[in-house]
Write a protein that binds this ligand. Sequence first.
Ligand SMILES: Cc1cc2nc3c(=O)[nH]c(=O)nc-3n(C[C@H](O)[C@H](O)[C@H](O)COP(=O)(O)OP(=O)(O)OC[C@H]3O[C@@H](n4cnc5c(N)ncnc54)[C@H](O)[C@@H]3O)c2cc1C
Length: 263
Amino acid sequence: MRTVVCVKQVPDTTEVKVDPQTGTLIRAGVPSILNPYDHFAVEWALKLKARHGGEVTVLTMGPPQAKAVLQLALALGCDRAMLLSDRAFAGSDTWATSYALARAVKKIGKFDLILCGQQAIDGDTAQVGPGVAQSLHIPQITFCDSIEVEGRKAKVQRHIDDGYEIVEAKLPVLCTMSLPHAHPLPWPSFPKVAQARSKVLEVWTAADIGAEPEKIGLKGSPTQVHKVYPPPLRAKGTVFTGSASEMASKLLDILRQENFIKP
Ligand SMILES: Cc1cc2nc3c(=O)[nH]c(=O)nc-3n(C[C@H](O)[C@H](O)[C@H](O)COP(=O)(O)OP(=O)(O)OC[C@H]3O[C@@H](n4cnc5c(N)ncnc54)[C@H](O)[C@@H]3O)c2cc1C
């Protein structure tokens, strides 16, 4: 099994704040983490490697500090890591990000499976996984809980609104992984973290992956963001207490006062 896992470094969103003046995310001083859905994708890649053998390559596009999530993935047991980092990628939307990741996957070489998280907890669009599959012209299965591989076929359990469904696809296929119900991988031990430093971590530029300049960065991004703002706080609701008839009559009074019903 040759698996590529796409991972993203994200701010720990419980601590993210929006600057009210500029409408941009305040990232300074906010700790970064491996996107939790991507952590689950790494776990599945390693589980499949344990069952079928092979190699797990982890891939991210981001600034130099995104190396931290690759080092974590290496310490968890991944074999190779690629960082796509270049000023030319700055301003990429999901379309341009998907294109760049797909180019990098092509450079990595033969693969059977690509795993992504179902969504990044900062951007939250859930578009990049499907975008990569589309760029590579391979099938995609979204919102996956588990994957079994039999021969050249993947059998996947995926979430749907009122339960789950089992879907089969020929390899190669891209799956986006939902959050686990099972226990997450234990945090890597210190020797594993030290060992990870000897594994391959390559940094690739836009030129290294043969990306066409007009398809990356702001130039290659069809999305226009006009404004980002936190939703305004709603006024507190009113809680009625008392018997049902007392509460109903209080509600009627308000509806009359507001001219919703005639007195
Ligand atoms: C016009 C525009 C300009 C932007 N400029 C910037 C910018 O300058 N800097 C910036 O950081 N963001 C920028 N963004 C945001 C950027 O487009 C998104 O962060 C990125 O495309 C991923 O989208 P998402 O977070 O919604 O991921 P989702 O689609 O929700 O992610 C799904 C999965 O795709 C994979 N994935 C997503 N992103 C990456 C990645 N970078 N590397 C590897 N795997 C990944 C992961 O497996 C993830 O779980 C910009 C967006 C727009 C619209």
